[in-house]
Design a protein around this ligand. Structure first.
Ligand SMILES: N[C@@H](CCC(=O)N[C@@H](CS)C(=O)NCC(=O)O)C(=O)O
Length: 345
């Protein structure tokens, strides 16, 4: 109820709300309460979902754990709040959560007038289409006249309208507020097409009784940069979240993994020594962790706790997982991808 009222207030006056709701001091609050409250998707395999033993798993989950490891040297000091597409931003605005880490696309509105701030791009995605193989369609451009299932409150429904309009294709939207309803409608044949982020298509297909009967069409119709979000007006917290993401990417780039992080402290590479907060030759602290309110070993804690970016990717969505996603655009910048982090110095 509280969330609903605040949601209405926001709709009436987004910018005023944004200015007042941005509570400063999240890092101190988190340290005091002893855990990070993270808003996540409860049903997106590889990104956010409880496994058979009820342990939360996924890239978005591991990102929350990385932040907890950076602060507490303990990746388990995190609590998860399951959120739907509709409720996610209000939950962050109203201080129910400290971070939103849930397949959310960085858009201008969300990053400005909603009073929120994206801290990085954990996964470069794009919107795609899924159809039953039996429909015998091999391109989205052949979908004229189709009924398309989608979820409200997402970038998905907006891109869908743009794509069909700009290609002069007739279509019928079958939109639902809940993802379960979208998936049920598509599987029951109430629509011909299911559209969402490509990662979401692959993750959802795994939950179908007969995944092999569905194909993802080749067209990618949008940019969906997915990443963690915080409130505007709290730079100290924003910095911790943003630099946790950069630490994961820099660790991969420098070859620092959960297995070798201790040995790497004896490296002769100055970049690795800075990353791992190893003291300067004269015994003074490097200062990068303490500079953002953490310990000097913050990256050691992160990498020991969850691994580097590549380890997180491979463990949750990579080729050896049921999702079998290749690095593609999510490869490091020096390996043909877009994952890039500014230097620690
Ligand atoms: N990336 C898009 C779509 C994100 C999204 O919420 N996708 C749906 C379909 S995969 C979802 O996760 N639904 C789950 C739910 O609302 O419980 C956005 O940020 O708007």
């Amino acid at each position: 109820m509280k969330r609903k009222i605040i949601g209405l207030a926001l709709a009436a006056s987004a910018s005023i709300f944004a200015a007042t709701a941005a509570a400063a001091g999240t890092l101190d609050d988190v340290k005091t309460k002893g855990f990070v409250q993270c808003g996540v998707n409860p049903a997106l395999a590889g990104f956010g979902a409880p496994d058979a033993q009820n342990n939360w798993t996924g890239m978005d989950i591991d990102f929350c754990r990385a932040v907890a490891a950076a602060i507490f040297n303990d990746p388990t000091k995190v609590k998860f709040t399951p959120l739907t597409a509709k409720d996610r931003f209000t939950a962050l605005q109203s201080n129910e959560i400290d971070i939103l880490s849930r397949n959310s696309t960085w858009t201008m509105t969300r990053d400005t007038s909603l009073g929120l701030k994206f801290a990085g791009i954990m996964y470069y995605d794009g919107q795609g289409f899924m159809v039953k193989k039996s429909l015998n369609v091999d391109s989205a451009l052949k979908l004229s006249g189709a009924a398309v299932c989608t979820q409200t409150g997402t970038t998905t429904e907006l891109n869908l309208a743009d794509y069909f309009k700009s290609n002069n294709l007739e279509y019928k939207v079958v939109a639902f507020e809940k993802n379960e309803e979208v998936l049920a409608a598509y599987q029951d044949g109430r629509c011909d097409v299911f559209t969402t982020d490509q990662s979401g298509l692959y993750a959802s297909r795994l939950t179908f009784g007969t995944p092999d009967e569905h194909i993802v069409l080749p067209e990618i119709i949008s940019k969906e940069p997915l990443g963690p979000v915080v409130r505007q007006g709290d730079d100290a917290w924003f910095n911790v979240v943003k630099w946790t993401y950069y630490a994961l990417v820099n660790a991969e780039e420098l070859g620092v993994t959960s297995k070798n992080v201790e040995e790497m402290k004896a490296s002769t590479n100055p970049e690795i020594l800075r990353l791992l907060g190893v003291k300067n030759a004269d015994g003074t602290a490097a200062g990068f962790g303490t500079g953002i309110g953490l310990s000097e070993e913050w990256v050691v804690q992160i990498v020991k706790g969850v691994g580097n970016y590549g380890e997180i990717f491979e463990r949750n969505v990579g080729e050896s997982t049921p999702l079998k996603i290749s690095r593609g655009k999510n490869a490091l910048w020096n390996a043909g991808g877009l994952q890039y982090a500014p230097p620690i110095r």
